[in-house]
Ligand binder design. Structure first.
Ligand code: PLP
Length: 386
């Protein structure tokens, strides 16, 4: 038998680190604030199947996904008693299934509310709903003008609409530039809460905060927080980390990436000064260089926008991606590293020795890069729990 190694890279997951990151997030919360682990985007690329049981062993009993497909994947790997909330799109034809499973879900407008009510009545099972309010992101959520009709329907159909929660989502809490917008959202959320209270419409939980809300806006924690990126060991932005360290007098990052994405060197070669490397002319060697080829490209989720920008780890040192990221390969600069050979381990995200690669750590890069790169990690890469 040939030992099967069919992929050019793989992912290792650390259960210990996930547990430590969960403990860190809990340390930022009041003891009675519930922590819902966000596992959309295939658990930020880590794998729903792998992350859910690990998170459950670390004490997580509530999860959040975006859609129905992820809910089904969750169900195949979760304990029956773990709660699930669907935060995004549900095709009306799937509402019956969602209600039957007892999953909670966001309701973001009157049309969807009516669909959910009809489905619940038909099944004679109450739908477990979370009302999402528009507070300034201008994406999904009930506009203020519809609150009267909303509270009327909620009160008239209490037997079929269980009011599990009321919530909103912050529009960029990871950046100080959005501070006034976020403050405005929190104010509007408070006003809407008062409106419902005055109308005698109560909800079981109030929730607003994502990772950045948890780290920066304690007043956004309410009864539950929906946390993704921090659990996996990445900050929503470098700014959020720096602010946290400043506030706590901390010296070192309290979280570590759960995931390590590893590949290996395919081949090594010398390039003369003045030669272009890879397709076209985006990189010219300005000295004699040693380059190594890594068999990972944009087809595997290593985004093309990291051409001439990305960093990887080899022999415990950080080196740059040079030239354009190709569909299946990229070149790295190993001129300063001795004895690089075929088969040497390359870390694309995560840690190697003392060093660490998180995409957002490339100063000028958009903070959203961590999210995007993680979410694009192919489903079929082997994920090994360590
Ligand atoms: C993705 C998402 C979150 C979690 O965001 P993180 O920044 O990863 O913590 C929370 N709430 C909603 C509605 C989301 O879509």
């Amino acid at each position: 038998m040939i030992e099967a190694k069919t992929t050019s890279s793989h992912i290792e997951l650390s259960e210990d680190r996930l547990g430590e990151n969960i403990d860190f997030v809990r340390s930022l919360l009041k003891p009675d604030t519930r922590l819902s682990a966000v596992i959309k985007g295939n658990a930020y690329g880590h794998g729903i199947k792998q992350i859910v049981p690990m998170a459950e062993r670390a004490g997580i009993d509530h999860f959040s996904v975006y859609g129905v497909e992820e809910a089904a994947e969750f169900q195949r790997s979760a304990r029956p008693e773990s709660g699930l909330m669907i935060m995004g799109y549900i095709d009306p034809s799937n509402l019956g299934w969602v209600i039957e499973q007892g999953f909670e879900f966001f309701i973001y407008d009157l049309t969807q509310l009516k669909h959910a009510l009809a489905a619940a009545k038909e099944l004679k099972i109450p739908a477990r709903i979370h009302i999402e309010l528009e507070t300034g992101m201008n994406r999904t959520g009930f506009d203020e003008v519809h609150l009267d009709e909303l509270s009327h329907v909620l009160k008239a159909s209490e037997d079929f609409l269980r009011r599990c929660g009321i919530c909103t989502h912050l529009a960029g809490a990871e950046s100080l530039a959005n501070h006034y917008r976020i403050k405005g959202q929190l104010k509007r959320f408070d006003n809407h809460l008062k409106y419902f209270k005055n109308n005698g419409v109560e909800f079981e939980t109030r929730h607003v905060a994502c990772s950045a809300g948890v780290a920066r806006y304690p007043e956004s924690h309410f009864d539950m927080v929906r946390v993704g990126i921090l659990l996996y060991g990445f900050w929503p932005s470098l700014e959020t980390l720096i602010e946290h360290l400043t506030k706590t007098d901390g010296k070192t990052d309290p979280i570590t990436s759960v995931l390590t994405w590893k590949s290996q060197i395919m081949t090594v070669k010398k390039v003369k000064s003045g030669e272009y490397i890879g397709y076209g002319s985006s990189f010219m060697a300005n000295r004699e260089m040693t380059i190594a080829i890594v068999p990972v490209g944009y087809a595997y989720g290593y985004t093309r926008s990291l051409s001439n920008q990305g960093r990887v780890l080899i022999h415990g040192k950080r080196v740059g991606v040079i030239g354009t990221v190709n569909m299946n390969m990229m070149a790295i600069d190993v001129t300063e590293i001795n004895n690089v050979a075929n088969g040497d381990e390359v870390v694309l995200i995560g840690t190697q020795g003392e060093n660490r690669i998180t995409v957002a750590s490339f100063g000028e890069m958009s903070s959203q890069m961590n999210y995007e790169l993680l979410a694009r990690l192919p489903h079929n890469l082997p994920r090994i729990i360590k």
